[in-house]
Design a binder for this molecule. Structure first.
Ligand code: PLP
Ligand code: COI
Length: 339
């Protein structure tokens, strides 16, 4: 297969236009049959619902080239169901879940030359998204929608690759207790833009949001869930106001069934942070990015085995997860979807 002439090893996490996107329109109460398009711009009314009332949801997954040269995606059925849930929450018609997986397959095939080679450190990021399309001036859901999938080759989400991150406890709230923190909607990211610019200006890589109600519990960062290691325990946050990360749910399984760790998904208090030995951010974009230090308004919490490089337990989790994704380690039934 011909590949694009790209310096795959030096890609960052930014948009590069590929050959085709997938598009399907929802009109008069149903989705059309969908198509691949070479068109990467969208023309819509200046009064489109998405532009004023942010009626948009999205997903993120990746296509990987395996050691033996196949192209695969990781648990796309879970992205399909999460997107349907996100859509329902914003009064949007869910895109059918079986068609979602089929559309991912078609768009990756159409962009095969953009799927980074095995061992390059890069992957093809797949971004399904949908939005309220027609004009709406009073606050109400749109009647017409567009579902699209764009693809773009990416390298590491955080600059510096595997170098441990320094993150701060955010000064702002991400998600209200009965709000939209658990869905993947653009609105959750719009609110994080001021906070992330401020964090970057102060020299931090990311914000770690505490729960909005009490600000005593750890929730998640702007774009990833957080995981902790204590002895043989793999500890993750259980909260109704965080995004149910597919990577985190997969790591819980990997920790228990591949690495024999004890898994706890529960409330994590800010007070407990100094008791943990290792920490990391996990997500499709973040994969597992080690955290070396969390700064809580002047108080520094340093993780003893993970300041200079990824700690040993997080390294094992990383190696096992990426081994499964790249076909070096046998995957649990149904996790790998061959393109
Ligand atoms: N949390 C947030 C806020 C995210 O944006 C993401 C990215 O998708 C995640 C967690 C990780 O989720 P996943 O592992 O499904 O990519
Ligand atoms: C992903 O990991 O796929 C996301 O959508 C996170 C985003 C911050 C890039």
């Amino acid at each position: 297969m011909h590949k694009q002439n790209i310096d795959w090893g030096n890609l960052g996490f930014s948009y590069i236009r590929t050959d085709k996107s997938y598009v399907s329109d929802y009109r008069n109460g149903s989705w059309d049959e969908g198509r691949l398009t070479p068109e990467h711009t969208i023309t819509m009314s200046e009064c489109a619902c998405v532009l004023h009332y942010s009626q948009s949801v999205f997903e993120g997954l990746k296509a990987y080239t395996t050691e033996d040269g196949r192209i695969v995606t990781f648990r796309p059925d879970l992205n399909a169901s999460r997107m349907a849930e996100s859509a329902a929450w914003l009064e949007m018609p869910p895109f059918p879940e079986d068609r979602f997986v089929d559309a991912v397959t078609r768009v990756v095939r159409a962009n095969e030359s953009w799927v980074p080679p095995y061992g390059s450190g890069a992957t093809l990021y797949i971004r399904p998204f949908m939005f309220g399309f027609n004009s709406v001036i009073g606050v109400k859901p749109a009647d017409d929608y567009q579902f699209r999938i764009l693809t773009t080759p990416v390298g590491p989400y955080f600059k510096g690759g595997a170098k441990p991150l320094t993150i701060k406890i955010a000064d702002f709230d991400r998600a209200a207790p009965r709000g939209t923190g658990h869905i993947k909607a653009g609105l959750n990211y719009a609110m994080s833009l001021h906070a992330i610019v401020q964090a970057h200006n102060e020299g931090y890589n990311e914000n770690l949001y505490p729960d909005s109600a009490t600000r005593t519990k750890v929730e998640e960062t702007g774009g990833a869930n957080i995981i902790f290691i204590k002895g043989n325990k793999f500890i993750t946050v259980g909260s109704p106001s965080i995004l149910p990360s597919i990577t985190r749910r997969s790591l819980e399984y990997v920790a228990e069934h591949y690495l024999g760790m004890e898994v706890e998904e529960r409330e994590v208090l800010l007070e407990e942070l100094p008791e943990f030995e290792e920490a990391g951010l996990c997500g499709t974009a973040a994969v597992i990015s080690p955290v070396g230090k969390i700064v809580d308004h002047g108080r520094e919490i340093c993780f003893p085995s993970g300041m200079e490089q990824m700690g040993p337990k997080i390294q094992k989790l990383y190696d096992t997860l990426t081994g499964i994704q790249m076909g070096r380690i046998e995957a649990p039934e149904g996790w790998i979807h061959e393109i």
